[in-house]
Design a protein around this ligand. Structure first.
Ligand SMILES: Nc1ncnc2c1ncn2[C@@H]1O[C@H](COP(=O)(O)OP(=O)(O)O)[C@@H](O)[C@H]1O
Ligand SMILES: [Mg+2]
Length: 295
């Protein structure tokens, strides 16, 4: 619903959102994994770094993770994970629906960490082949076949990003310690608010959080309106890990950055199943029960 009067930009934004939305989020009657959208209004803030490390950190806990590269024109998850793009989202789109498990599995590439990746089209001109309707079907299927879906996104609220936000269960908003980035992070959070997104499911991740650039964490809270949930330090190993195609959470597990990524993963990891405690005085069952009866 849109309440008038509104600015023409807001009406246009709402309409775009409605067009991008249209159908169901989860498949009824099935276990639907959480879908985490990693967002950041600008390029170069660390979205890809965070999406890849979060996915690998979850896989390190034996979670079955699918990582989707939604940066349709300049996706670089394949490169960041040192994988060759044998199959991409472009091939999947060309194969068309219905997107059953088998077809999806064929288009996912397995990283050595166990994370399965849906690689972005390899060339910018292939991006237009990606249909938002198909994308929604793909998300719905993926959510029934793994423990977590992580989506890396391009900068800004493009139609495919809006569609992803709509089906996501969690958002990880990335900001950096400079006033321009923080201003845009605040705008991003306000936009989510405008879309009616539940703030309880939005985590604020501050990247390069230790840079001595004259902005304190209190300034961050003042500019953005909330403090960061997770802070990731700058680390010279990070560019190296990207160049080598091995996320820092795997290549340098004791680093502050790796610890921060594990703290982020804590927010999305399934709680360990409680160990069954034998009931005291419970009647014997199975073989014991049979033996008891014979006695
Ligand atoms: N915490 C960090 N420490 C060191 N370098 C970083 C850090 N975060 C990002 N970078 C550098 O910035 C580059 C851009 O990050 P990236 O994740 O690709 O941003 P985005 O996906 O938002 O465009 C990375 O290739 C990396 O070299
Ligand atoms: Mg990126």
């Amino acid at each position: 619903m849109i309440t008038l009067p509104q600015s023409s930009e807001q009406v246009a934004f709402t309409l775009e959102k409605v067009i991008a939305r249209r159908k169901g989020l989860a498949v009824p009657g099935k276990a639907n994994a959480p879908l985490v959208a990693v967002l950041g209004p600008k390029g170069g803030t660390g979205k890809t770094l965070i999406a890849t490390n979060l996915a690998v950190a979850l896989a390190q806990r034996d979670a079955n993770v699918v990582l989707v590269d939604l940066d349709l024109q300049f996706g670089d998850i394949g490169l960041a994970l040192g994988m060759s793009p044998e199959h991409t989202m472009y091939d999947l789109m060309r194969a068309g629906p219905p997107f059953d498990h088998e077809k999806l599995e064929r288009h996912l590439i397995r990283h050595s960490s166990g994370v399965k990746v849906l690689i972005a089209p390899t060339r910018p001109d292939q991006a237009s082949a990606v249909s938002i309707d198909y994308l929604r079907d793909i998300y719905a299927s993926l959510r029934t076949m793994c423990d977590a879906v992580i989506v890396d996104t391009p900068p800004g609220f493009t139609p495919e990003v809006i569609a992803t936000i709509d089906v996501s269960t969690e958002i990880c908003m990335v900001g950096m310690l400079d006033s321009l980035s923080l201003k845009n992070t605040k705008l991003g959070l306000e936009t989510l608010d405008l879309m009616g997104y539940d703030t309880d499911h939005v985590s604020l991740v501050l990247n390069r959080a230790d840079s001595r650039v004259g902005i304190t964490h209190d300034d961050v809270s003042m500019i953005v309106g909330r403090g960061p949930d997770v802070s990731i330090p700058s680390d010279r190993e990070i560019p190296r890990s990207i160049n080598e195609g091995t996320p820092i959470v795997a290549s340098k597990q004791s680093s502050g950055a790796a610890k921060a990524f594990r703290a982020l993963a804590d927010r999305y990891a399934k709680p360990p199943a409680p160990k069954p405690t034998p009931l005291r005085g419970a009647p014997p069952s199975g073989v014991r029960a049979l033996m008891g009866r014979r006695r």
